[in-house]
Design a protein around this ligand. Structure first.
Ligand code: SF4
Length: 282
C-alpha cells in the first residue's frame, strides 16, 4: 500500500474496535515558492522607469538608458508571468508562446524549456495577452509591409556589420544613422503614422489634386486606404472609440435617411477592419 496508516484502538462502552487512519497529506507549496505580488502602483512606477518615463508618464529628459521600449515590454512580461531572472535572460524568441489570433482575457500558457529553468526541470507558467503582445508588436495597415521590410533591412545591415568586423558594436549612433533615412518622412498622427516617402503615392494629395505638395494633408488622410499609412497598438483607442460612436449614431438615424446610414455603415465597417488588423498584429 503506498500510504502510511496508523491503527488506533477505539473503545465505546463494551465495544472495542481497531480503526485504520490514512496519514497521507496533500502536498503544500514550500514557503519560499509562495507567490508574492508587487503593489500595483509600484509595478506601474517600475515599468515607467524601465521605459524612461517619469511617474506621470511624460518622457524623462535626464534618462540616459537605451532600448527603453524593449526594457519596458520585457519588464511587463516578467511581471505577468513570474519568470526568474535566469529564465527571462536566456529565453529565446522562438521559445515564446505564439500570440492568440484575437485579444483574450484568458491566461496564456508559457512552457519554459529545461535549459533555462532552475534545476533544469521543465515547468510552465502563465501570462496575459497585453504583455505578450508587446514582445512583438507589429504595425498593421496598407504601409505595414514596406515598413517591416525596411526595419528588417536595418537589422540585417547591423548583423552583417557585426559579422564582418566583430570588434564593431552597433552603437546607438549607427542605428540612428540607418533609421534617419526614414525618420525624416515620418509624421505622427493620432489615428495612424504616415510614412511620407513618395508624394506620388500619397492618397491625400491625390484626393486634393495637389500631387506636387511636399507635405501630407493630415486633414484629408484616409489611412485605411493609403499605402503610406501604418496603424500601431497606440492607435487602437482612437479606432475603438470611433467604432463605438458610429454604432450609436447609426442606431439613431431615422428611416428617411438611408443614404446617410449607408455611408456611415461603410465607414463603420472600415473602422472595424482597421481595429481587427491592429489586434491581429499587436
Ligand atoms: S493619406 Fe494619410 S497616410 Fe497617406 S500620405 Fe496622406 S496623410 Fe499620409
Amino acid at each position: 500500500m503506498p500510504f502510511t496508516n496508523k491503527q488506533p484502538v477505539t473503545a465505546y462502552g463494551d465495544q472495542v474496535r481497531m480503526q485504520s487512519v490514512n496519514l497521507s497529506k496533500r502536498r503544500v507549496p514550500k514557503p519560499h515558492v509562495t507567490i508574492k505580488y508587487f503593489e500595483k502602483d509600484f509595478e506601474d512606477l517600475f515599468l515607467k522607469g524601465l521605459g524612461g518615463l517619469r511617474p506621470d508618464g511624460t518622457e524623462d529628459a535626464l534618462y540616459r538608458g537605451r532600448t527603453t521600449a524593449r526594457n519596458s515590454a520585457v519588464g511587463g512580461f516578467v511581471l505577468s508571468s513570474g519568470l526568474r531572472r535566469q529564465e527571462f535572460t536566456y529565453l529565446l524568441e522562438c521559445e515564446m508562446p505564439p500570440l492568440p489570433p484575437r485579444r483574450t482575457e484568458l491566461p496564456i500558457w508559457v512552457p519554459l524549456p529545461p535549459g533555462v529553468t532552475k534545476g533544469r526541470k521543465f515547468r510552465t507558467t502563465w501570462t496575459t495577452y497585453g504583455p505578450l503582445a508587446q514582445q512583438g508588436a507589429m504595425p498593421s495597415g496598407p504601409g505595414a509591409r514596406d515598413l517591416i521590410s525596411f526595419l528588417a533591412s536595418v537589422a540585417g545591415k547591423l548583423a552583417r556589420a557585426a559579422t564582418e568586423d566583430p570588434t564593431v558594436v552597433g552603437s546607438d549612433q549607427e542605428v540612428r544613422t540607418l533609421l534617419a533615412e526614414i525618420a525624416g518622412v515620418l509624421h505622427l498622427g493620432v489615428a495612424n503614422y504616415c510614412w511620407f516617402i513618395d508624394p506620388a503615392k500619397a492618397l491625400c494629395l491625390k484626393l486634393a489634386g495637389t500631387p506636387n505638395a511636399t507635405k501630407p494633408l493630415a486633414g484629408m488622410c484616409d489611412s485605411a486606404r493609403c499605402p503610406q499609412a501604418t496603424h500601431h497598438p497606440c492607435h487602437r483607442p482612437v479606432w475603438a472609440e470611433s467604432v463605438k460612436t458610429k454604432k450609436v449614431f447609426i442606431e439613431s438615424i431615422g428611416r428617411n435617411h438611408k443614404t446617410e446610414k449607408a455611408r456611415l455603415t461603410t465607414d463603420l465597417e472600415r473602422d472595424i477592419k482597421v481595429l481587427a488588423s491592429i489586434d491581429a498584429t499587436a
